[in-house]
Design a protein around this ligand. Sequence first.
Ligand SMILES: CC(C)(COP(=O)(O)OP(=O)(O)OC[C@H]1O[C@@H](n2cnc3c(N)ncnc32)[C@H](O)[C@@H]1OP(=O)(O)O)[C@@H](O)C(=O)NCCC(=O)NCCS
Length: 189
Amino acid sequence: MFMRPLRDDAHLAPLEVWHAEEFAAHLDRAREHIRPWVGPAFVTDDVTGARATLRRYAERAAGDGARMYGILREGVLVGGVMFTVFDAAGGSCELGCWVEPAAEGHGLVTQACRLLLEWAFVTRGLHRAEWHCRADNDRSSAVAERLGMTLEGVRREAWPYGGARHDKQLWAVLAPEWRAAAGEERPAR
Ligand SMILES: CC(C)(COP(=O)(O)OP(=O)(O)OC[C@H]1O[C@@H](n2cnc3c(N)ncnc32)[C@H](O)[C@@H]1OP(=O)(O)O)[C@@H](O)C(=O)NCCC(=O)NCCS
């Protein structure tokens, strides 16, 4: 139910508390792949932890805040995208994403993020969407670039991980930039 197609074999759908077991099984396939690059609270070890993440997002969604969506390929949860921040009053949001190794390199994340941006800018009228990633996360920076975002700056040594502190990039795209790019993609009549 409530699925949006990404392509023939893949869909985007809300990821909710009742998906805890499916989410935990997916994290078993994704955990070590995503651990260096995402917030530590997201990398849980069991169904209880997975359910806690889903509940946290559900509670924030109820207040028109953060939301999370799963990417399903042939009916199997392989990753997801989220609004880690959604601030309707302030007109801005921040996107996040992840996929398990087998689903990487197929364009699913960029496609899913485009749906989120379309909803944020067109349906909800937000003005600004941000993307935060470790500066050495080349695959993540590449998604931001594919989404038409601009690298606005680097927060030096803002990301602690594994006993070191890493630089963090801030990317963003504004609604007029998004609309202009979307217009360019429309086929000529
Ligand atoms: C960051 C991450 C989500 C990016 O995933 P991804 O699959 O590379 O991203 P996309 O969906 O944009 O896919 C792009 C790739 O698919 C390829 N591709 C294949 N078919 C495609 C299609 N139909 N359309 C677009 N791209 C396609 C592209 O060529 C590109 O591959 P390349 O980088 O080898 O050239 C993933 O690497 C990941 O989960 N990393 C660990 C967690 C993480 O870093 N999360 C982000 C925290 S900020």
